[in-house]
Design a protein around this ligand. Structure first.
Ligand code: PEP
Length: 251
C-alpha cells in the first residue's frame, strides 16, 4: 500500500523564530494523528532548528531545493551531504517556481533526484502544466515529458522511493483548484506513465500528491480520489491550525 503524504511548502517564508513557533504548535496538533506522513518544507536557514523542534513527533522535515553535487565551487548552493548531516528527510525538487524563475531543466532536476536517492533523501519531484499548455491540449504531453526526463535512469527499486507531486502551475497560489475529477484524470495518466517506466508493481507503490491551492475546504474531496495520495500545500501550510485540517483530511 502506498503512503499518504501531506507536505507543506513554506517557500521563502518564516524566520528561525517563526519556524520554531509554528512547528511547536503543529507538533502538539499532530500528536496521535495516524495514517498520514506529515512533512514540512522549511527554508534553508531554519532547517536545523526545524529538525530539532519536531524531534519525537510524526512530522518530518524537507528542504525546498538542493544541488546535485556533494561539494564544490557552486556559490550559494546547498548539497545533499549538508542536508543529510542535519537530519533532513525529504527534498522538494523541480518546483514550478524553480523551473520558472531559476530556469531549472528536466535534465538538471534528474541529476538532483539521483543525488537525493544516493544520499538517502526522499525526493518530491514536482511536475505540472502551465495554463496555456492545458488550454492548448498539451497537459498529458507536458507531464509525461517532465516525468520521463525527471526520473530517467532510475530502477524500479529507486523509483518506489520517489514521491511525485502533480501541481498544475495555474492552480499554485491562485486560489484556483483543479476539480477532483480533473486532478484524478491527470493523476491516472501520471500513474500510467509510471507503469510504463517502472512496471505496475512499483508504480502502484508510488505516492502521487496533488498541489495547487489545496486547503482545509477542498482537501477531503481531492484526497478521496483513487490516484491522489496526498498533497503538497503552500499557503494553507503556513498556519498550524489550518494545516492540521488538511492533514486530518488525509488521515
Ligand atoms: C506549492 O507551492 O507547491 C503550492 C501548491 O502552493 P499553494 O498551495 O499556495 O497553491
Amino acid at each position: 500500500m502506498r503512503k499518504t503524504i501531506i507536505a507543506g511548502n513554506w517557500k521563502m517564508n518564516k524566520t528561525v523564530a517563526e519556524t520554531k513557533a509554528t512547528l511547536s504548535e503543529l507538533k502538539e496538533l499532530t500528536n496521535g494523528v495516524e495514517g498520514v506522513e506529515i512533512v514540512i518544507g522549511a527554508p534553508f536557514t531554519a532547517l536545523e532548528s526545524a529538525v530539532k523542534t519536531v524531534e519525537g513527533s510524526n512530522v518530518a522535515i524537507a528542504a525546498q531545493n538542493m544541488h546535485p553535487k556533494d561539494s564544490g565551487a557552486y556559490t550559494g548552493e546547498i548539497s545533499p551531504v549538508m542536508l543529510k548531516e542535519i537530519g533532513v528527510k525529504y527534498v522538494i525538487l523541480g518546483h514550478s517556481e524553480r523551473r520558472e524563475y531559476f530556469h531549472e531543466s528536466n535534465a538538471f532536476i534528474n541529476e538532483k533526484v539521483k543525488a537525493a536517492l544516493a544520499h538517502d533523501l526522499i525526493p518530491i519531484l514536482c511536475i505540472g502544466e502551465k495554463l496555456e499548455e492545458r488550454e492548448s491540449g498539451k497537459t498529458s504531453e507536458v507531464n509525461e515529458k517532465q516525468i520521463r526526463e525527471g526520473l530517467a535512469g532510475l530502477t524500479p527499486e529507486e523509483a518506489v522511493k520517489v514521491v511525485v507531486a502533480y501541481e498544475p502551475v495555474w492552480a499554485i497560489g491562485t486560489g484556483k483548484t483543479a476539480t477532483p475529477e480533473m486532478a484524478e484524470e491527470t493523476h491516472k495518466e501520471i500513474r500510467d506513465v509510471l507503469i510504463a517506466m517502472f512496471g505496475a508493481e512499483a508504480a502502484s507503490e508510488m505516492t502521487i500528491q496533488y498541489g495547487g491551492s489545496m486547503n482545509a475546504k477542498n482537501a477531503a474531496e481531492l484526497l478521496a480520489m483513487e490516484n491522489i495520495d496526498g498533497g503538497l500545500v503552500g499557503g494553507a501550510s503556513l498556519d498550524a491550525p489550518t494545516f492540521i485540517q488538511v492533514i486530518k483530511a488525509g488521515a
